[in-house]
Design a protein around this ligand. Structure first.
Ligand code: C2G
Length: 443
């Protein structure tokens, strides 16, 4: 029996894909098709795939001449699969000619003619119009959002809002935002369907509320609201207006971060016992204003460690705080949380203390080390008692990570979804609780 394998994204399955798969099957008796996972596609720069990996797998599985369908999740998987499945031939379209010659070491590589005049990109452009986004707030974050949105093909930044007119020379940098508003109501009735909000923490809740009531999808920097009742209220308004409300917690959408969660859930280090992560950043040295610092380390940074702890350990049964204050705000804080299955979370944040911003996740069989800056997750290493079993996992990582978040936001809107599996409403409420419980304890 001749075993053949091929791989692809297969977004909006079309005749080009069918021809390729038929030609692949003709090369042997048993055809395995590897469908690329969403995170793997995003890590290799495919940021606007319109269908979910489940939908793409279902379409390929429906083809009766396909014998087996697998998920392709990482870079070196192809050579691993050649051995695992005992492959005789690897078949791919000639748009990849030469790129997979290295696989000849394991099997026979066959490039077949690509079908002209049809592609998933063409079908996507015909079916979907760009998501029209407006920026609320003009600052370092909106800059990053602007620049990274260039890499996400199905979004366009059409306008911006700030409560003041921006000096001409600053504005010129923002050529891409065609129109700038200083009146928020006028901005919200302009031709946008979604907004990215990055204003001062005290004003986020008001801006989010108005945008949701204006039926705009909202991506907002965290914390969205400084108490959970307000956050619950915003989720209710989002539901009532059938729009998406998403925290701009970029780490949650990074391919390597999601792979990390997948590996931990697969039991790679046994039962998780402790999640220890630190996020320290000397904002003063980075030129941030005293105005900004007064929010304190917990409001400014705790969302990140609590994302990790909540994703791995689940809902916190209790949270105790150990802060260092300069009399007006917390320059550092440690949230020690207890979770189901006896898991302990140790989340440290600091804005006037520099510390090693790495992460250690300890389990009954081994531990995972994520080097600093772990919140821009690129790689992680699994370590065991038997050092020879150690292995690292690395994903491509482009830019400052905003593109993966923008890709998720745009994909959810395009697919008509109102929740992200990577950052659900429950996740967002729990993450925010780590902040709001501290604030309420301060009153
Ligand atoms: N294809 C084709 N004709 C087209 C479009 C695609 O023959 N008009 C082939 C491609 O050459 C590829 C397969 O169909 O072999 C799947 O194409 P895509 O879904 O675009 O996936 P791609 O990014 O090419 O994935 O790592 C290799 C990749 O996994 C291949």
């Amino acid at each position: 029996m001749t075993k053949v394998i091929t791989y692809g994204t297969y977004d909006m399955l079309h005749i080009g894909h069918i021809n390729l798969l038929t030609r692949a099957k003709a090369q042997g008796d048993y055809l395995i098709v590897g469908v690329t996972s969403e995170d793997f596609d995003r890590s290799r720069g495919k940021l606007n795939v319109s269908q979910t990996q489940e939908e793409r797998i279902a379409a390929i599985s429906a083809l009766d001449f396909v014998d087996e369908v697998i998920l392709e999740t990482h870079k070196n998987q192809k050579q691993e699969d050649m051995v695992k499945y005992g492959i005789d031939k690897f078949v791919i379209g000639d748009d990849w000619v030469g790129k997979f010659d290295y696989l000849n070491e394991w099997t026979e590589v066959v490039y077949v003619p690509r079908t002209k005049g049809i592609s998933s990109t063409k079908l996507r452009n015909e079916k979907f119009k760009d998501i029209r986004i407006g920026l609320v707030g003009i600052n370092h974050d909106s800059d990053r959002f602007m620049n990274e949105s260039e890499f996400v093909k199905n979004v366009s930044i059409v306008s911006s809002y700030a409560n003041t007119n921006i000096p001409r020379e600053t504005y010129s940098k923002r050529e891409k935002a065609k129109k700038h508003f200083t009146d928020y109501d006028e901005f919200l009735i302009s031709d946008i369907e979604a907004v990215y909000i990055c204003v001062d923490i005290d004003f986020q809740y008001e801006h989010v509320k108005k945008a949701l009531l204006a039926k705009k999808h909202v991506l907002c920097e965290n914390p969205i609201a400084l108490n959970n009742d307000k956050l619950n209220e915003l989720f209710l308004i989002a539901k009532q207006n059938d729009v998406l409300l998403l925290m701009a917690l970029k780490t949650a959408f990074m391919p390597a971060f999601n792979k990390l969660i997948e590996e931990i859930n697969s039991g790679i280090i046994g039962d998780v016992k402790e999640v220890r992560s630190t996020f320290s950043s000397l904002y003063k040295e980075r030129g941030y204003s005293e105005e900004y610092l007064k929010y304190g380390s917990t409001n400014l940074l705790m969302s990140y460690p609590s994302l990790l702890v909540n994703k791995i350990a689940g809902v916190a049964k209790s949270i105790s705080y150990f802060e260092q204050s300069n009399g007006s705000y917390d320059i550092s804080n440690r949230a020690i949380s207890t979770h189901e299955n006896n898991i302990i979370g140790i989340s440290t944040v600091a804005i006037e203390m520099k510390s090693s911003s790495s992460t250690i996740i300890s389990g009954s069989k081994g531990y995972i080390y994520i080097p600093a800056p772990w919140w821009l997750t690129k790689e992680f290493t699994c370590k065991f008692e038997d050092a020879s079993k150690e292995y690292s996992f690395k994903y491509e990582f482009e830019g400052n990570g905003f593109r993966y978040m923008i890709s998720e936001f745009a994909s959810l809107i395009q697919r008509g979804l109102r929740q992200s599996e990577r950052l659900s409403m429950k996740d967002m409420l729990e993450i925010n609780r780590f902040i709001t419980q501290f604030n309420e304890g301060k009153k």
